[in-house]
Design a protein around this ligand. Sequence first.
Ligand SMILES: Cc1cc2nc3c(=O)[nH]c(=O)nc-3n(C[C@H](O)[C@H](O)[C@H](O)COP(=O)(O)OP(=O)(O)OC[C@H]3O[C@@H](n4cnc5c(N)ncnc54)[C@H](O)[C@@H]3O)c2cc1C
Length: 358
Amino acid sequence: MSNDATPKPATLKLADLKLSFGGPAASETAPDAQKSPSGESEDRPIEAKVVIVGSGPAGLTAAIYAARADLAPVVIGGLESGGQLMITSDVENYPGYADGIMGPEMMADFRRQAERFGADFVTDNVTKVDFSERPFRIWVENDEYQADAVIVATGASARWLGIPGEARLRGRGVSTCATCDGAFFREKHIVVVGGGDSAMEEALFLTRFGYKVTVIHRRDTLRASKIMADRAFSHEKISFVWNTAVEEAIGDDKLRALKLRNTVDGTRSDLEADALFIAIGHDPNTAIFKGQLDLDAMGYIASPDGVSTNVEGVFVAGDVNDLRYKQAVTAAGAGCRAAMDAEKYLEALEFPIEEAIA
Ligand SMILES: Cc1cc2nc3c(=O)[nH]c(=O)nc-3n(C[C@H](O)[C@H](O)[C@H](O)COP(=O)(O)OP(=O)(O)OC[C@H]3O[C@@H](n4cnc5c(N)ncnc54)[C@H](O)[C@@H]3O)c2cc1C
């Protein structure tokens, strides 16, 4: 990739960029990542065997496996370098961290491990792809990358309410993941916002921890299936507040209360709460793949087996294909599978079956 006959890669190693997950904001470093190590802009495509799009647990695990298989992966990790765990505090359910670990620290560990085996990183968003033929083409603005295999690990962003106090109190009482954070709220008053199946699932799960779970919904009926709604209605710990929107999350170092507004008569009230779980859905980060990869009805990348896509040589990993589990460990597992399949695919390209038999 970097001999005289081929253009110098525009990808830089972490050490070259002098950035870490705890360092400067990704956006501050992004322009550098589009230049060669000499600082000059690249015109010619940058070639790689494997490009990995995304640097959450799925992308970084794929990078570890691909790098250890000597594939020298280029990780175009996105502006949210490290993925969703960068915005959370304690992670207590990832195997191997017996005392728990802070999300950003864990992702820095993942990245160090990938770099140790030679993965290169670009801290920027992919803006366009062309998967119509090999080599596959991937652009970061005007910089073009070409690869024989691509692993898409762009995640799915949880929807937030966008209310005052929400961002500040994330990880301090406000969350979008009951499986991840429910256990922090034993014997507390937990509020769930949403009216679909996942909101009911989250509310039922949270009854294991809270002494009371209040579901707040904007309308007077649920979108959830009858079976899920019935389960929630019949649970003694769950109560419902109808026709109500949460307008503000209140608290200094942790959530203390919520400001509510009745959506019918506009009256306002406060509700004391220790935790707010927002369960209003996720948006898979697949806009750039529309027309290139098959997506399902909800916009997730379609895959028959959780690894392959409709384009041979393009693989998928993690939340971007996972409606159901959405956990760091499942995303990491998917990253491993995608990298192993990419490796087999590249091997088959290099040693076609006829040659192998001969
Ligand atoms: C608040 C919170 C707390 C959580 N706590 C836990 C927990 O305790 N335990 C647990 O197991 N799970 C937890 N999760 C869930 C976990 O974070 C996700 O399941 C996991 O991060 C999914 O990994 P991923 O690699 O598939 O995607 P993500 O982590 O979402 O990473 C996606 C990556 O793709 C990149 N990307 C997106 N678009 C582009 C683009 N156009 N070009 C290049 N890159 C792009 C992003 O920048 C990012 O790096 C939590 C989630 C949240 C939101």
